[in-house]
Ligand binder design. Sequence first.
Ligand code: ADP
Ligand code: MG
Length: 227
Amino acid sequence: MASMTEAAMVEQVSKHFDAGRRVQALAGVDLQVGEGEMVVLLGRSGAGKTTLLSLIGGLDRADSGSIHVGGQDVNALRDGDLDRFRQRTIGWAFQTAGLLPLLTALENVWLPLALQGKTEKEAVAEATTVLDAVGLAERADHRAYELSGGEQHRVALARALAKAPLLLLADEPTAQLDSETAREITTLIRKAADSGTAVLFATHDRAVTEFADRVVVIEDGRVRDSA
Ligand SMILES: Nc1ncnc2c1ncn2[C@@H]1O[C@H](COP(=O)(O)OP(=O)(O)O)[C@@H](O)[C@H]1O
Ligand SMILES: [Mg+2]
């Protein structure tokens, strides 16, 4: 049974890949992320971070174990329900901002909301609010390709947070940024947690751990709690 106080609850999850040789990417992982909690998943390249986030976000399926997000059994979701789960419940922040370059900052944030069924007026109003929250109100009408790398990441974060996801999955979002810009982005993610979003932040960068409520170390597909 998943506890309703946990936004995400991972129990004994394993996952392997067969690519010529067998790789046990995750071996019996347990992990919880509470509402408004920022958990940093710290581990070296190849430790299993991306694999774990992909399973929690419903992009791939575990071999065994259970994953609950918002009380939903993610492994049991199929087709339309899985699409809706991915759209509504999960926000992603990646290493690359992944904006549509010719659209403006505001369009990049409001279009996904409109695709979810909001009216254009609602979507634009909500997008304006989140762009303001990431300090980009003045850049709203700039095309994405005109923005600096840090600004593009802030837009991407605004896009992820606009739908008020229960859980934000951040997969090394600061890996390609200079240390000052990385701190800005991490601070914004910390603020999202402070306003109630559950955050799982995967990184190899120890500097991020100072922002965490809790650090979980992952090594060779196994986790241990620390700090
Ligand atoms: N699609 C895949 N096919 C084969 N092996 C994979 C695949 N995805 C990940 N792996 C392997 O699983 C292990 C964990 O990878 P990953 O989760 O990407 O680690 P991290 O994100 O911590 O760098 C690595 O050994 C990696 O090579
Ligand atoms: Mg990775």
